[in-house]
Design a protein around this ligand. Structure first.
Ligand SMILES: Cc1cc2nc3c(=O)[nH]c(=O)nc-3n(C[C@H](O)[C@H](O)[C@H](O)COP(=O)(O)OP(=O)(O)OC[C@H]3O[C@@H](n4cnc5c(N)ncnc54)[C@H](O)[C@@H]3O)c2cc1C
Length: 469
C-alpha cells in the first residue's frame, strides 16, 4: 500500500509516521523549504525562539503519549510559573487565578481582583441557575454561550482576550463545538461551569495540602519545538519544495501531481490548509471543495523584540505575559515574556519578548512594512506598559492566512464534506483547519485519521483475529 501525504506540518508528519509503522510505503510532499509548518524555531540573539506554536500542553493525553514514544520525556522543559497582565479599563491588572479561555472556574480570585463591576459579578453569579434553564445541544458561538451563562462582562473581559486571542478570531463567531468541545456536555446537559461548592469533611479539613504543585504542563524542549517535529519526521521520506499541484482519482487509486512528476497512491492525506485542500479537490469533489473554500482564516505576525535590562519595568520584571482585548484599538494582541517564561531563552543582559498581532477580518497588518510594524508595536507597548520606546533588536515573522476560523456550524459542514469524500478512493482531511487548532488537537486528528485509513486499507483478515489462520 502506498500513501501520499500533502503537507509536512505536525499533522502530516504524524499521519505519515503511523502509516509507515503500519507497513505502508509513504511519501510526504511539502510546499515550503522546511518541515514543521506552524511549528518553527529560529535562532535569535543566541537563543532558540519559537515564532509559531510556542508551547505544547502535556495535559493532552495524546501529546504526552507521543512525547514518551519519541523518547523526549526527559528533555521536556516546563514553562516557568508566572502570571499574565490583562489590559482593562482600569489599566494593567493581574489576570486572576482560575480564569481560563472560557471564563472563570473559580469565583473568589475574580471577586478579589476588582476587575469586574458589581452588577457584572452579580450577573455572573447567576450562572449555576441559568445553566439549568439554558440547555442546548445545538452548536452556537462561544461568545453567545458564555454570555448566556455568565453575562457580557465575563466574555468581554476574559473570553475575548484569552480564547479570542488564541484563535485570532471573534468569539461571537467561533463555534463552541469546535473550539471548546470540552463544554459540549455542560451545554447539552445544562450543568454549571463552576465547580460545585463542597461541604468540608473531617478528611478534607485535616488533609495536608500538597507539598509542591506539579510542573507547569505548558512545555517546550531545550532547543525549541522543532525538536518535537524532527523526532516525528525521523525515518520518513519527506520531499521539500514539492507542492502538490493536482490530484486525480482513477480506478480506485490516486494520481498526485507534484513538482517532481506524477505519483500513484492508494491513500491520499490532505494535511494542508483548507484553501489548498479546496483547490486540489475542485475537479474531483466540487461541492466539498466549495465548502472548504469558505473556511475563513486570520493572517497574523509574530514579532520578537529585545529590551535591555537597565530600566525596571513591571511587565518585563514580574509577568510572563500580557493580554489585550480586541476592543483595545491596538495592533498588539498579546505579549509573551520569553526570557522569563522559558529557561532556554533566559538571558542575563536583555529581555526577549514575543508579540502577537493580527486578527481575522483585520486588513491593517498587510499594509505595513516590517519596519513600520515594529515602530507601531513598540510605541503601543511604551504607552500600555512603559517599555522603552525602541527595542534593541527585532525580527518579524508573518503567518499569511494561517489560523483557520472554525465558526458556528463547522463540525456539521465538515461531516458533510467527509461524507462526500467517502465516494472517492481512500482520502483523509487531517489537522488544524478540520479538527481544531493547537498541537493537542492536531496530534489527536493525525492519530484518528491514520487509524481510519489503516482500518480501511488493511485486509479484514489482518483486523479480525477470528479470521486469522
Ligand atoms: C503564530 C502561531 C502561534 C501558535 N501558538 C500555538 C501554541 O503555542 N500552542 C499550540 O498548541 N498551538 C499553537 N499554534 C497552532 C499550531 O501551531 C497549529 O494548530 C499546528 O501546528 C497546525 O499543524 P498542521 O500540521 O495541521 O498544519 P500546518 O502546520 O499549517 O502545516 C501544513 C503544511 O502544509 C503545507 N502545504 C500547504 N499547501 C501544500 C501543497 N499544495 N503541497 C504540499 N504542501 C502544502 C504548508 O507549507 C505547511 O507546511 C500556533 C499557530 C500560530 C500560527
Amino acid at each position: 500500500m502506498r500513501a501520499v501525504i500533502v503537507g509536512a506540518g505536525i499533522t502530516g508528519l504524524l499521519v505519515a509516521r503511523r502509516l509507515q509503522q503500519a507497513g505502508f510505503e509513504v511519501v510526504v510532499h511539502e510546499a515550503s523549504d522546511r518541515i514543521g509548518g506552524q511549528i518553527h524555531t529560529i535562532e535569535f540573539e543566541g537563543h532558540p525562539v519559537d515564532v509559531g506554536a510556542e508551547a505544547m500542553h502535556l495535559g493532552a493525553p495524546a501529546v504526552k503519549k507521543l512525547v514518551a514514544e519519541l523518547g523526549l520525556s526527559d528533555r521536556i522543559v516546563p514553562a516557568n510559573d508566572g502570571g499574565s497582565l490583562l489590559l482593562t479599563h482600569q489599566g494593567l491588572r493581574p489576570l486572576p487565578a482560575g480564569v481560563g479561555p472560557t471564563g472563570p472556574t473559580k469565583i473568589w480570585p475574580v471577586v478579589r481582583s476588582g476587575i469586574m463591576t458589581l452588577p457584572g459579578m452579580a450577573r455572573a453569579g447567576l450562572e449555576p441557575l441559568l445553566a439549568r434553564l439554558r440547555k442546548s445541544p445545538e452548536d452556537q458561538s462561544v461568545g453567545s454561550f458564555i454570555r448566556g451563562r455568565f453575562g457580557n462582562e465575563v466574555v468581554d473581559l476574559f473570553v475575548d482576550p484569552l480564547l479570542g486571542n488564541l484563535h485570532s478570531g471573534d468569539v461571537d463567531k467561533l463555534s463552541l463545538h469546535s473550539t471548546a468541545p470540552q463544554l459540549i456536555g455542560r451545554a447539552t446537559e445544562g450543568t454549571s461551569l463552576l465547580p460545585k461548592p463542597t461541604r468540608p469533611t473531617r478528611a478534607t479539613l485535616f488533609r495536608r495540602p500538597p507539598k509542591t504543585p506539579g510542573p507547569n504542563l505548558f512545555s517546550s524542549l531545550p532547543t525549541g519545538l522543532h525538536e518535537f517535529v524532527d523526532a516525528v519526521a525521523e525515518g520518513l521520506d519527506v520531499r521539500l519544495n514539492s507542492p502538490v499541484t493536482a490530484v486525480e482519482a482513477t480506478d480506485g487509486r490516486w494520481v498526485v501531481q507534484t513538482a517532481q512528476g506524477p505519483e500513484q497512491a492508494d491513500a491520499l492525506v490532505l494535511a494542508c490548509p483548507a484553501g489548498a485542500a479546496a483547490k486540489l479537490l475542485e475537479p474531483v469533489a466540487p461541492n466539498a471543495s466549495r465548502e472548504l473554500a469558505q473556511t475563513a482564516t486570520a493572517s497574523v505576525a509574530t514579532l520578537v523584540l529585545t529590551y535591555d535590562r537597565s530600566q525596571p519595568n513591571q511587565l518585563l520584571d514580574e509577568a510572563n505575559g500580557l493580554l489585550l482585548p480586541s476592543t483595545s484599538g491596538r495592533l498588539v494582541k498579546a505579549l509573551t515574556n520569553l526570557s522569563r517564561k522559558w529557561p532556554q531563552v533566559a538571558d542575563p543582559e536583555r529581555h526577549i519578548v514575543r508579540v502577537s498581532v493580527g486578527r481575522a477580518g483585520q486588513q491593517r497588518l498587510a499594509t505595513l512594512t516590517d519596519e513600520r510594524l515594529v515602530d507601531i508595536v513598540a510605541g503601543e507597548l511604551h504607552d500600555i506598559a512603559g517599555l522603552p520606546e525602541r527595542p534593541t533588536s527585532s525580527r518579524v515573522v508573518r503567518w499569511q492566512e494561517a489560523l483557520p476560523q472554525l465558526e458556528v456550524g463547522h463540525a456539521a459542514r465538515l461531516r458533510s464534506v467527509r461524507k462526500v469524500l467517502e465516494e472517492l478512493p481512500p482520502i483523509a482531511l487531517a489537522g488544524g483547519p478540520y479538527d481544531g487548532l493547537g498541537i493537542g488537537s492536531t496530534v489527536k486528528s493525525a492519530e484518528a485519521r491514520a487509524a481510519e485509513l489503516i482500518t480501511r486499507l488493511t485486509p479484514a483478515s489482518q483486523n479480525d483475529p477470528e479470521e486469522k489462520p
